[in-house]
Design a protein around this ligand. Sequence first.
Ligand SMILES: *Cc1c(COP(=O)(O)O)cnc(C)c1O
Length: 232
Amino acid sequence: MLTKASITQSIVEVHLRIDQAVARSKRDPSTIRLLAVSKNQPVSSLEEAYQTGQRAFAENRVQEWLEKAPSLPNDCEWHLVGSLQTNKVKYLDQNVALIHSLDRLSLLETLNAQGERHNRIWRTLVQVNIAGDPAKAGLKPEEAPDFLDSVGDYPYVRVEGFMTIGALGVGTEETKGFFRELRGLRDTLKSRKWPGVDLRELSMGMSQDFELAIEEGATLIRVGRRIFGERG
Ligand SMILES: *Cc1c(COP(=O)(O)O)cnc(C)c1O
């Protein structure tokens, strides 16, 4: 956990590195958003990030999010990353901006049922296991088209893109290759007109590889430790 001053400084540094990666890749900076992954961090750390101007936060456990969110001002935007158990869906409300981990039909069904009950449409990303890591969740890339075929049957769920987690302990080129593959999948499938699907977002890149992800087309980067320090 970092002190207040160092959280502010870390955010400034991350923005600098984002700007440099944006310049290298000649992208429009407005197409990239930084999500501060605040899991396992105390409310005081989120407040410090908020003071610095950070508004978009990502949590990975519903319970923790429910406990922390009410302490932050209500113009915060909350993203859910990490595997989402179907029995937690009933706790979700309109304060969830985007769910990054839609990875199975049962979750699609449960979200849809909850959405219908509360007359609310969920915005989601389909998680893809590009690296083929058996320890990670996510569809295989080749399963994505069939999955997107089903989305139209669930009108209370929209898919706005893909999310992936890079692999640990691999080199720069391999990491870039994974990100490029996710973008390629998106580009290939973007022209298909599935109801409820608009593949505009690519959520990829974390503390160790967000610059590579920007160079490969990320629109949402999820940075935790580089902002907040090691998790408690
Ligand atoms: C924890 C987590 C992150 C942030 O990881 P850092 O290495 O702390 O930047 C990003 N995405 C997901 C899905 C996570 O679980």
